[in-house]
Design a protein around this ligand. Structure first.
Ligand code: SAM
Length: 276
């Protein structure tokens, strides 16, 4: 096999998704650059691959220095396979800086494709696939999360984010404020036994997760804006959501400011919704 860096995808939950070519490359490689040697050694064991080779830790924090080391190995005729703990390397995982340096230095790079959580999630979601934007992990801080959503709100593409179970409800609350009643999909446990994809407004999904504790790995997706967003059509639902968190006056003020609506109309609707 030609010396170089081989970017190898591994399964995101179902061992059967390991391609024969990916297994072949891992088996032939002299060195495996991986995030966590225990995780990758375990994968080798499950696949019945020979684990008697060099496993090198390759993570965000040591990527710069390890990149130089791995490129030197290739220069000495070695085959280096780079893997993540799961899924496609470089996608919210280490590897970009290494490949950039390989490109600059004319080092041979090849990719062995396979599972990628964001693509699988999009395929499951039923949201538009013709144009999408992957924005990685959502910040953990409230303000940063809202700022990010506000930045991306006008983009005419399906938005895709990686998210964790313990943060999903907070994230959906921010999404409800910024995206109103836009369709959202949460795909979880993809390729595993409990794989599912839930679609609804942020408020509906919050309700779902209040009743059923969120678990597992998940991908959050937000539909593109409608050509002509008409929040008044969903005013009642927006109000129901606001009124669960704020007193009537604040709820009305929030929606008037957010969507530039007629204050009296929102107020009258809010009174009706409150009486429901
Ligand atoms: N590089 C990997 C890829 O693109 O396939 C993703 C690595 S990133 C560190 C891990 C995140 O990917 C998780 O927090 C989750 O958002 C998503 N993810 C990974 N596996 C998943 C699965 N089986 N189901 C749903 N989301 C998953």
């Amino acid at each position: 096999m030609k010396p170089g860096i081989y970017v190898v995808a591994t399964p995101i939950g179902n061992l059967g998704d390991m391609s024969p070519r990916a297994a072949e490359v891992l088996s032939a490689a002299d060195v495996i650059a991986c995030e966590d040697t225990r995780v990758t050694r375990k994968l080798f064991g499950l696949l019945g691959l020979d684990a008697k080779k060099d496993f090198i830790t390759f993570q965000d924090h040591n990527e710069e220095e390890q990149a130089g080391f791995l490129i030197d190995l290739v220069g000495r005729g070695k085959v280096v396979a780079q893997v993540s703990d799961a899924g496609s390397p470089l996608i919210s995982d280490p590897g970009y800086k290494l490949i950039r340096r390989c490109r600059e230095q004319g080092v041979y790079v090849s990719v062995i494709p396979g599972a990628c959580a964001l693509i699988c999630a999009l395929q499951l979601s039923g949201l538009p696939t013709n144009r999408f934007m992957f924005a990685g992990f959502i910040p953990n801080k409230d303000k940063a999360r809202r700022d990010l959503f506000n930045q991306l709100k006008g983009i005419e593409a399906t938005l895709i984010f990686y998210e964790t179970a313990n943060r999903i409800v907070k994230t959906l609350s921010a999404a409800a404020e910024v995206f109103g009643c836009r369709e959202i999909a949460v795909a979880r446990e993809i390729t595993k036994v409990y794989e599912e994809c839930l679609n609804g407004t942020a408020a509906e999904l919050i309700k779902h997760f209040e009743e059923k504790e969120p678990r597992g790995e998940m991908v959050l997706m937000i539909a593109p804006p409608q050509k002509k967003e008409a929040p008044e059509i969903d005013l009642q639902e927006l109000l129901r959501f606001e009124l669960r968190q704020y007193p009537l006056k604040t709820a009305v003020k929030n929606l008037v400011e957010r969507y530039g609506l007629n204050k009296n109309e929102v107020y009258q609707t809010a009174l009706r919704v409150k009486d429901e």
